[in-house]
Ligand binder design. Sequence first.
Ligand code: AR6
Length: 180
Amino acid sequence: MSKRKFHGAIIECAQGDIADQPDMEAIVNAANASLKSGGGVTGAIHRAAGPALEQECRKLAPLFPGQAVISSAHHLPNRYVIHCLGPIYRVDEPSEQLLALCYRNALQLAEDNGIQSIAFPAISTGVFGYPPTAAAKIACMTVLDVLPHLATVHHVRFVLFSLDDLRIYEQTLDESIKNK
Ligand code: AR6
């Protein structure tokens, strides 16, 4: 786990499972449009939360690329799950803007709900095919753009599954902070 300070907030990069972040108030789901369980991130979140999450999500679906909605976390150790539908790379266009919108909307929802800490997975970089380095740049730049305007959210964690992705996010975050 590595930690950076930015405008009074903490931004971390960690290798791990998004469904195992007990110290974070909200975790973000890389969801599908119908907000049902599936593979990857959403499978891990729904398995840990239990069937009541899918039940609650029924009334929040369908999601459009870039959109974010909030639910309770059920059996997860967090208070909330914020569900984002990332773009399918080069199918949902403009993919860059839609991916940025996920991070922007998730952070705004967190702020609106008085959430202080939020953990993001690498949205769209699995089944949806977004190249990890390009996705990392969008994730880091958007968080750095939005965070200074938020009063409540002051702790953001990027949770990466692989060591390669962790390295990419750490390097991208450092470069993005330097260029701010
Ligand atoms: N914790 C953290 N990161 C993970 C985890 C985990 N438990 N599992 C996978 N990753 P994906 P997407 C990484 O496919 O691309 C789903 O099946 C993974 O290595 O979960 O937005 C839904 O039903 C990758 O880097 O999300 C949707 O249809 C990243 O998280 C679709 O796939 C995202 O992988 C969403 O695709």
